[in-house]
Design a protein around this ligand. Sequence first.
Ligand code: CA
Length: 229
Amino acid sequence: MTNKNLLIVEDESAIAEMLVESLTQAGYSPVHTGTAGEARTALATQRFELALIDWMLPGSSGLELVRNIRADENLRDIAVIMITARTSEHDITTGLDAGADDYITKPFSPRELQSRIRALLRRTLNYASDQPLTNGALSLHPQTHRVSVNDQTIELNHTEFKLLRHFMINPDRVYSRAQLLDSVWGTDTYIEERTVDVQILRLRKALRSANLDDVIETVRGAGYRLLKA
Ligand code: CA
């Protein structure tokens, strides 16, 4: 169950060694690369369940690598955790927008990282069903990552897509911010609840192009829900 292939992209050898050692001990099969270029080669030749990507890499950045992964049809199901020394909300949002599922800030303990990895892989398995979802004119296709209203495609980033998918699995159900963080971002993340508000705003903005921005309703004092059509 735990012998998952993990890709580690980290240029600092001390951190990379610590990661390889602790993840091997935890029963994973980690592969280490020191640059985005080497990571691309590894990704093209081997299947990985999860990638741990350092933001600051020599040459092409980790952020750029995350964007490449999400733009590649063959790779977009890989779970991605960004390793970052950056903690500002803007930087975190940038990382999540690029398609990272979670992030961890240096310095971190191997235990903390392992709990993030476990949570993320658990969530990835929960979302293994590829059934298309519909709500009125809105439809979402997990296999192609396409969201459309009638025939108009709605452009969503990775997090917005997952958030909408979560709402569409249980329309009309109200989710608190904490529940959304738990289900969409993962139980062991330390993302602040207002990140949920930011992503909801972005999701609504994307849906506005199809006049569907009111489909995600704010339930005062409780959270958010998707109105069943
Ligand atoms: Ca680095």
